[in-house]
Write a protein that binds this ligand. Structure first.
Ligand code: NAD
Length: 295
C-alpha cells in the first residue's frame, strides 16, 4: 500500500516522517514548501512534482493543508490529486476545515468512486513530532476500521465520532474550548497581577484544582515568558472560529463566547499579531491595561 501525502507544513512534515518510520512507502508534495518536501524525501519518501503525481501513485491520500478551499484546490483544482486517484482509493483529510465542506468533498469524491474520512487532529506540533496526536474521525465504521492503523502511527488516540463531517464538528468543539480557556487564563492572570499577586503564585496555586487544565499548563508559562512563538497561530484559530460561526448558523446554535473570542483575535490580527501563538490572546489584555505579565 502506497500513501500519498499533500501538505508538509508545521503538522504534515512530522506526521509524514512518522509514517515513514512506521515502514510505509510514501509519495509527498507541497507546492509552496519545497524545502519541507526535500526534508521528508531525505527521510525516505519519494518527492513528487505535483499533486496529480501523488494521486496517480497513491492508494491512500492524506491531505494536511490549512482550510476548506485549500483541500478543494489540492483535490479538485488544476493540479487536483482526485483527477489521478484510482477508483477505490481513500482520502484521509487531516486538515481542520468546515464540516459542511467535508460533506461536499466526500460527495464529489464519491462520484469518482473514491472514499473519504475526515480526520482532524488536536495536539499541535510537539504531539505531531511524538506521534501522539488525538484524531477525531468522521466516516463509515468499516472504512474507519480499515484505515485506523495508519492514523495510529501518527496519534495515540483515534476516535470515530460519527459520519463524514463529525470529525470536523468535534474539532470545532475542541477549538471553542481551547480559545475560551486561553482567554480565561489571560484574563485571570492580568487581574491577579493588577491586584498585586504574582502570576507565578496564581499558576502554582490553582493549576492542581478545578481551574487547572492542559491549556493552562501549556499556555500560562508562555504568557509569563512573553513567548508567543507558534505553536498554533492566531490566524489559524480565526479560521477555525469562522468555521464555528458557519456551522452554528447552519444548526441554529448559540455561540456568544465564540463571537467574543473571534472579536479579540481579529483585533490581534489587525495589530499584526496573526502569526503569534494563540497564547497571544494575553496581548489583548496587555494592550487594554498597559501592563506586561511577568513571573
Ligand atoms: P501550515 O500552514 O504550516 O501547513 C500547510 C501546508 O499546506 C503548507 O506547507 C502549504 O504549502 C500546503 N498547501 C496548501 N495548499 C496546498 C495545495 N493546494 N497543494 C499542496 N500543498 C498545499 O499549517 P499547519 O500548522 O501544518 O496546519 C495544517 C492543518 O492542521 C490546519 O487545518 C490546522 O488548523 C490544523 N492543525 C494545526 C495545528 C498546529 O498546532 N499547527 C494543530 C492541530 C491542527
Amino acid at each position: 500500500m502506497k500513501i500519498g501525502f499533500i501538505g508538509l507544513g508545521i503538522m504534515g512534515k512530522p506526521m509524514a516522517k512518522n509514517l515513514i518510520k512506521a515502514g510505509y512507502e510514501l509519495i509527498v508534495a507541497d507546492k509552496f514548501a519545497p524545502k519541507n518536501v526535500e526534508e521528508v524525501a531525505a527521510a525516505g519518501a519519494k518527492a513528487a512534482a505535483s499533486n496529480q503525481e501523488v494521486g496517480s501513485q497513491a492508494d491512500v491520500l492524506i491531505t494536511m493543508v490549512p482550510n476548506s478551499p485549500n483541500v478543494k484546490e489540492a483535490l479538485f483544482g488544476d493540479d487536483g490529486a482526485a483527477k489521478t486517484l484510482k477508483k477505490g482509493a481513500v482520502v484521509l483529510d487531516c486538515s481542520s476545515i468546515s464540516p459542511i465542506a467535508s460533506r461536499e468533498i466526500e460527495a464529489e469524491l464519491a462520484k469518482l468512486g473514491i472514499n473519504m474520512l475526515d480526520c482532524p487532529v488536536s495536539g499541535g506540533e510537539p504531539k505531531a513530532i511524538d506521534g501522539t496526536l488525538a484524531f477525531m474521525v468522521g466516516g463509515k465504521q468499516a472504512l474507519f476500521d480499515e484505515y485506523k492503523p495508519i492514523l495510529e502511527k501518527m496519534g495515540s488516540s483515534v476516535v470515530l465520532c460519527g459520519d463524514v463531517g463529525a470529525g470536523n464538528v468535534t474539532k470545532l468543539c475542541n477549538q471553542i474550548v481551547v480559545a475560551v480557556n486561553i482567554a480565561a487564563v489571560a484574563e485571570a492572570m492580568t487581574l491577579g497581577q493588577l491586584a498585586g499577586v504574582e502570576p507565578e503564585k496564581i499558576f502554582q496555586a490553582i493549576k492542581g484544582g478545578l481551574a487547572g487544565s492542559t491549556v493552562m499548563n501549556a499556555k500560562a508559562p508562555m504568557m509569563m515568558d512573553q513567548n508567543f512563538k507558534p505553536g498554533f497561530r492566531i490566524d489559524l484559530h480565526i479560521k477555525d472560529l469562522n468555521n464555528v460561526v458557519d456551522t452554528a448558523k447552519a444548526v441554529d446554535s448559540p455561540i456568544p463566547l465564540t463571537q467574543s473570542m473571534l472579536e479579540m483575535m481579529k483585533i490581534l490580527h489587525r495589530d499584526g499579531d496573526g502569526s503569534c501563538d494563540h497564547s497571544a490572546l494575553l496581548k489583548y489584555y496587555q494592550k487594554l491595561t498597559g501592563i506586561t505579565l511577568h513571573h
